[in-house]
Design a protein around this ligand. Structure first.
Ligand code: MG
Ligand code: ZN
Length: 177
């Protein structure tokens, strides 16, 4: 697992303890940005509608933000770390800073503990943020995102075409705080 401290890492978060969730961990492809398979090109990054609003609303509440993303293109030899970081940099430029990025660079056959639906990315990101996984929410577009959340003791929420979109899911979270 690659654990990359986001560009907001130096900025102190509000003290944990107030409100739920303490952290929201977003899947990347198909959740924050449109899914371009094995994308390593920053120019192809396009946020989904409402993404900037969603992350800003959570930042305003003092919620720690992370990204938990499977990038099997690395394990398959289609991407390298530099490309993954270049895409992350573009996403932060478009959506603002995240506190941590947790990336699984393995191929499915590697049998690692971080590739979702395994819990490693969620556990690693929560630990890096100092947030109990029970106070973390994972937002994703696939069942494996929810399964990874639940395996880590966190809560998983799905965004779906025709179902709740990112804006609706995050509005629900903000409304509960
Ligand atoms: Mg996805
Ligand atoms: Zn992995």
């Amino acid at each position: 697992m690659w654990l990359i401290r986001g560009s907001r890492g130096a900025r102190p978060l509000r003290p944990a303890g107030g409100g739920w969730p303490g952290a929201v961990l977003f899947d990347r492809d198909g959740t924050l940005v449109h899914d371009v398979p094995y994308n390593g090109d920053p120019d192809l990054v396009v946020p989904v509608p409402g993404a900037r609003w969603a992350v800003d609303a959570l930042r305003a509440e003092g919620v720690a933000l992370g990204v938990v993303t499977n990038q099997s293109g690395v394990g398959r030899g289609l991407l390298d770390r530099r490309a993954v970081l270049a895409v992350a940099d573009r996403i932060e430029r478009l959506l603002g800073p995240f506190d941590v990025w947790a990336v699984c660079p393995h191929a499915p056959a590697d049998g690692c503990r971080c590739r979702k639906p395994a819990p490693g990315l969620v556990e690693g990101a929560a630990a890096e943020l100092g947030v109990d996984p029970a106070r973390a929410v994972v937002v994703g577009d696939r069942a494996s995102d929810v399964e990874a959340a639940e395996a880590a003791g966190a809560t998983g929420l799905l965004v779906r075409p025709g179902g709740p979109d990112l804006r609706a899911v995050v509005a629900g979270l903000v409304g509960r705080r």
